[in-house]
Design a protein around this ligand. Structure first.
Ligand code: PAF
Length: 322
């Protein structure tokens, strides 16, 4: 009798998990990155609150294509979920571009306060009109320059530097103003382009530099922290529309838990990343506050364009946040 009962229970479990709705989650980096940490925390949180109503299939390392293609998949309803960088998301909600203005967000605390507050929440809501459902702001950290041409100390060192940027017009304008030759490129092409010498360098936070093992294709790392790099956790509107209130609340909580996991990963790699890249053979230099000020001055031209584009009021509002 006991066996019959156990078999029935097993059968029930099988039926339930077979009925679980599959969530395909695609992201640009490996499972042992901040993206992987966020995706795993999301899955664990959702499973803890909703049991096996949903099952997850992870597609790390751009397994479903570049960020733009995955986001288009969400719009079409062929992919259910992603974590994507603000650089790509700027092409879906242009207002997000304000966060990509170099040196606008001062430090990690400032960035987190802005994103967790009114401004960040207003921006997330704008994704509804772009055919996407944005749940929460994840994190990457401050972006730094890596290159094979040499260390960067002054804007003059940027002259003619073939640097890959995200497909973000704000970044392109800034690097052009510094005299570099920026090339916007989707992430899946970057390692190959560095290997072949088609580009000299790229820029990304330590979270990416370490998890993508950029030391294997880059010699120099300049810690300039020119811009904070955020990400957003998104689901497809077609999935979101099928969820009842309890499920939506569980997704929202899972996103909060994913953000905490991403931030913990970033905090950790900010402490350990430089030493690990040095051990792996990279030459690392860090810009002093005075050296950074020279870069900021060199960006005066783009700054007035950014004010025209995003509104001085919004930029002042962001800077005024303590
Ligand atoms: O540089 C980029 O494109 C992004 O920072 C990355 C690595 C895809 C993570 O979103």
């Amino acid at each position: 009798m006991k066996h019959v009962y156990a078999a029935a229970l097993l059968g029930a479990a099988f039926v339930t998990s077979a009925n679980a709705q599959e969530i395909k989650i695609g992201y640009a980096l490996a499972e042992d990155s901040h993206y992987g940490a966020g995706a795993k925390a999301f899955e664990e949180s959702l499973t803890a609150s909703l049991g096996d109503q949903f099952s997850f299939r992870h597609f790390p390392s751009s397994g479903l294509g570049g960020e733009r293609e995955v986001l288009e998949g969400l719009q079409l309803g062929t992919v259910e979920m992603t974590i994507a960088s603000d650089g790509t998301l700027t092409n879906f909600v242009p207002e997000v571009g304000v966060l990509g203005i170099p040196f606008l967000l001062r430090d990690m605390d400032h960035a987190r306060t802005v994103l967790d507050g009114e401004i960040g929440q207003e921006m997330l809501a704008k994704f509804d009109d772009a055919g996407l459902k944005a749940l929460a702001w994840g994190e990457q950290g401050f972006r730094h320059i890596t290159s094979n041409r040499g260390a960067i100390e002054t804007p003059e060192d940027m002259a003619g530097l073939k640097i890959r940027t995200m497909e973000n017009p704000v970044h392109l304008e800034a690097f052009r103003a510094l005299g570099a030759a920026p090339t916007p490129m989707a992430w899946p092409e970057v390692i190959g382009a560095l290997e072949q010498g088609a580009i000299d360098g790229q820029e990304n936070p330590l979270s990416v530099i370490v998890s993508a093992k950029l030391n294997e294709v880059q010699k120099y790392l300049t810690l300039d922290g020119h811009v904070y790099s955020s990400t957003i956790i998104l689901v497809s509107p077609s999935l979101w529309g099928q969820l009842d209130d309890e499920q939506q609340a569980a997704f929202q909580q899972a996103a909060t838990d994913a953000v905490a996991a991403m931030r913990a990963y970033v905090d950790d790699v900010e402490q350990s990343g430089v030493a690990s890249m040095q051990e792996a053979g990279m030459e690392v230099n860090e810009l002093s506050p005075e050296q950074k000020a020279v870069f900021r001055e060199a960006l005066a031209g783009p700054y007035s364009n950014y004010e025209a584009q995003f509104g001085k009021e919004l930029m002042d509002r962001i800077q005024a946040i303590e």
